[in-house]
Design a protein around this ligand. Sequence first.
Ligand code: NAG
Length: 187
Amino acid sequence: MLTFVATISVFILSAVQGFPSGPPSTACSDLFPTGHAVNAQTGLSGFAITTNQATYTPGGTVTVNLLGVGNAFDGVMIQARRATTNCSSGINSVPVGTFTIPAGDTFLQLMSCGGVVNNAVAQKAKIVVTSKTVTWTAPTTSVGQIYFRGTFIKNTKTFWTNVASSIVKPLGDATAALPVCAVRTVL
Ligand SMILES: *[C@@H]1O[C@H](CO)[C@@H](O)[C@H](O)[C@H]1NC(C)=O
């Protein structure tokens, strides 16, 4: 009986507060925090993902900044995705590369989506922050143009799923930047 009550309490807390200790693995595919039980905001977010370079080399690293622009966040989840002109092709739907986070960071944790170790970054505690920097390591073979995709939680009921960086191209790619695929905004 006690176990049952405890389980129900955890469930209710999760439903009300979302996941202060980090997103569930079900958020891996579309980075949508369904536990928050509301739609995403669709206006300008006041959050940005920037990179220190516009190109990458296979196995090389890119510094990725998660920024509140006059804004703060208490939850976040990011992945790198391949850019494509065909958003229904599936090319865009799996994370690529892996991340590292600053040692001892009290807010961020690495996540493993689809069985690939450290291919996503999310929060692990509910702390209000305005910027964080992580490092992305590209796959050892080129995966074409990529971008960083993020969900930023301002508070439980106010979050944006449509935050994307500019395109990062493989070094030497002189073709035009491919589009970023639309993301889920509805519960
Ligand atoms: C996009 O990809 C899907 C799934 O592979 C395919 O059925 C469709 O024909 C593609 N569309 C274009 C315009 O290439």
